[in-house]
Design a protein around this ligand. Structure first.
Ligand SMILES: [Fe+2]
Ligand SMILES: [Fe+2]
Length: 185
């Protein structure tokens, strides 16, 4: 049952389009972050772990590619920004060392995990029909993958990188800004 909307509120379709757009943008960014990390660390033993996460991000992105097409939602116009910024973030933190790369992973995945959890809750509120239920199930599964990536980062001593608190806070702030922008543009 859909509740009443206040004037100026987005319609369910608009809100769903916004969700799919930002999620697609986020997965584009994630694939690029891991590509940046692999450009620096791909030859190290940790490269295997990063490649595994990168493959999952590509699968996430492919699913949102499909959902954008299915629901006729245009992708973010900022894709070139997420492409460049994601790669730069991944490569820059990897150049600081493996633990810094993992700190980046922990920060990004934590924010995306929260973001997906909030969307699942929102879809339970506004969702209508099987399509929306299927999207909620997909997002819940991706949320679990992202939290697994965060835990992988923690298991690789992310918190041991010098300046962890500052680095983590800066990356989380950046991710939240990126989400805000990607929802709108
Ligand atoms: Fe992902
Ligand atoms: Fe992830």
């Amino acid at each position: 049952m859909s509740r009443r909307r206040l004037p100026g509120e987005l319609s369910r379709a608009q809100e769903l389009a916004r969700m799919l757009r930002v999620d697609h943008a986020g997965e584009v960014g994630a694939t690029r972050i891991y590509a940046g990390q692999l450009a620096v660390l791909g030859h190290r033993p940790v490269g295997r772990t990063i490649r595994h996460m990168a493959a999952q991000e590509r699968a996430h992105k492919a699913e949102f590619d499909r959902l954008l097409g299915l629901h006729k939602v245009r992708p973010t116009v900022l894709a070139p920004v997420w492409n460049a910024a994601g790669f730069a973030l991944g490569a820059a933190t990897a150049l600081m060392g493996e633990r810094a790369a993992m700190a980046c992973t922990v920060a990004v995945e934590e924010v995306i995990g929260e973001h997906y959890a909030a969307q699942v809750a929102r879809l339970e509120d506004i969702g209508e029909g099987d399509d929306d239920a299927a999207i909620a199930t997909t997002i819940a599964q991706f949320r679990d993958d992202e939290l697994e990536h965060r835990d992988t980062g923690l298991a690789h001593d992310a918190e041991g990188t010098p300046g962890y608190g500052l680095l983590s806070a800066a990356i989380k702030r950046g991710c939240r800004s990126a989400i805000w922008l990607a929802e709108r543009f």
